[in-house]
Design a binder for this molecule. Sequence first.
Ligand code: NMX
Ligand code: MLT
Length: 442
Amino acid sequence: MDKLKVAFKSHADQLAEEIKGILKEHGETVIGEVRLAQIYQGMRGMTALVSETSLLDSQDGIRFRRRTITELRELLPKAKNGSEPLPEGLFYLMLVGEIPTEEDVEHLSSVLQRRSHVPTYVFETMRALPKDTHPMTMFVVGVMALQGESHFAKEYAAGTLAKKDYWEATFEDTLDLIARIPHIAAYVYRRKYKQGKALQPDGLLDWAGNFAHMLGYESEEFKELMRLYMVIHADHEGGNVSAHTTHLVGSALSDPYLSYAAGMNGLAGPLHGLANQEVIKWIYDMQEDLKTETPTAAQIEEYVKKTLSEGKVVPGYGHAVLRKTDPRFTAQMDFGKKHMPADPLVNTVWQIYETVPPILQSLGKIKNPWPNVDAHSGALLVHYGMVEYEYYTVLFAVSRALGVLSSLCWDRALGMPLERPKSVTTAAVKRWLNKEVKELGD
Ligand code: NMX
Ligand code: MLT
């Protein structure tokens, strides 16, 4: 058995035992209360899920196994001559709970290289779509076309998969999928924007470096950006739309291909991952409206007010949980200061950062006026020539696979059951408020 699989299983078995003990002793402990408003308002602040791979703090941002983004940039192994963390290292950390050695990461890179073949029919399926199909739709169609390869689905259908082995088939699918999706994603880009000229993978490169290469970006700096990008977008605890959807669909024992594709359809929404394309589109629209590529603070302020007066959101700002500037934004700002301090678009992003929060704060209703991860990413990509902003969410999707699929491995290894919360009608709420029934939902 592969050593990563052995390490994961041994950690999972230990945790499963601990959970048994915790539930035996504290299973009936009340952890909080649910207010009526919360079930009408997106369940904000309701703790209702367990997700082992990361934990979000409203002030400090995301922590992976208690490590912040800043610590990960320091501690995770790097590519030769590189200074950004390798995403394979983060994947290892999410599965095993420990910072990997360089050797662990090299091993994982080569495992992913070996598993990366994508059958031709997948590309043919994607080619059958009209060229103006959104890149996220093409991407998810590619993932779905690959679903026939699922070990989990095949073994389950054959009746040879015992419950105790669900985790292993899920683990195999996870490695296959993570190895293959950069090819699918790169194909979407090359087909849509580069006359369909797909590029052969480079077997000597790491996962993110090879992805950059297949997209057609050969500079070391862009490869470094992809490594950072793939790390910071990977996971944001369990309640965000893409992670929660993947977990929910997976809870029906839908295989990892089906579950991940479902999650990515959620990522494709403008309030979630699609916000990265919306940010750049919003900046371009602002430049056109103001007839300048370098708007002043006063001009940005006017444009923000116009956006709000039209009943639209300012993309890239706000968050359901965070209450400070997203450290993923700060990490990208740091990358920008190092590699492109004078880039006009990047400087506009920084100017927007100075201008927008006080305006949003002054409205009094927005809980977090600070930028999230999506406020920065597009400007860095444009700097290297990736101007096709409709594609940006696909990059997010490739990275998010690391988090949601390692979580799915944990779900299976810990024997997480079907997720099925209770819902009520407003008529039932009214009956309960009028004391016509004892329990909400009767
Ligand atoms: N611009 C304008 N209005 C906003 C913004 C914003 N950036 N953020 C929140 N609001 C509004 C929100 O629409 C709501 O208005 P109303 O009461 O009229 O319905 C009010 O402020 C209160 O919302 P919050 O409780 O602060 O935020 P909520 O948790 O509901 O939503 C987001 C969180 C992220 C959906 C919201 O901040 C937003 O729409 N932001 C812009 C889109 C975005 O950047 N999404 C990416 C999130 C990160 N990701 O990658 O997923
Ligand atoms: C994410 O990365 O998933 C977003 O920041 C959204 C969230 O955490 O709700």
